[in-house]
Design a protein around this ligand. Sequence first.
Ligand code: FAD
Length: 287
Amino acid sequence: MKISEILESKKMTLSFEFFPPKKVENEKILFDTIDILKNYNPDFVSVTYGAGGSTKDKTVDWTIRILKDYNLNVMMHLTCIASSKSDIDVILEILKAEGVENILALRGDIPKDFPVEDIKKDFNYAYELVKYIREKNGFSIGVAGYPEGHLESESLEKDIEYLKLKVDSGADFVITQLFFDNNYYFEFLNRAVQVGIDVPIIPGIMPVVNLSQVQRFVEMCGATVPDELVKKLEGRTPDDMYKIGVEYAVLQCKELIENNVRGLHFYTLNKYNATKEILEGLGYAAE
Ligand code: FAD
């Protein structure tokens, strides 16, 4: 089902993000995770696309597998920076034929070791991919938003203008980069309203279960971990860090829900424990 239709009829959505496992031995972990989290009736789940299209085939395979084997509504992430229009056409045809109705349209980043001769120039920014997919029809399209600004953007004002361009090009909804301080998200919503963005903006939530791992993530994506949270986590045992991280995420989500968010999108990292505990802390019950 198209996420745009779900968002029209539902006040708040629940969704989970997975990545295609690189190693066969890690596939079981993802199967187990889906087996557990599907009991919380997500409105959709999403499958990431490796930088520069590095997991292209796996992403398409996992998207179709989750749709067919688990009967879950799926959104496939699709990046365009290193792709030609015909590369994108091939993928869109497969998705259409298999009944996948949702795409998160992204620019993506070119990996450092990506061969220069393989860089194609059909798409420079995500809005061009959004436009291209919209012309083909048949998909509900999401785009990425950055409450703390995208790493490359010259200013928060420019960043929100470019988000508006993605929406005007045909995006139905926005999913945000992870953030740990809700004020960034609320300020982002205000900026979005000011420029006339009127599609749902779903917050992306990452449970902190390990300080050094989260610090690596935020370095890559330009988000910040509040000092207060860092202080709480520093010097703790892995078990304590996990508990503190789950408690923090429950409080973060509660405040978001109180402020009428249109959904919660969990970056699960293919693990179910923390997401499951957070959901239970929020009163979601497994079927
Ligand atoms: P864009 O919206 O094109 O923006 C990229 C930069 O260009 C920004 O700084 C923006 O301000 C600027 N910009 C935009 N339009 C213009 C314009 N017209 N003129 C000048 N500047 C402009 N990456 C992956 O590789 N695979 C994934 O599966 C994946 N999933 C993600 C899921 C979510 C929810 C999020 C938030 C990010 C995800 N990413 C993923 C990361 C994303 O690919 C990177 O952040 C990438 O650097 C930017 O992609 P974008 O679609 O936001 O690009």
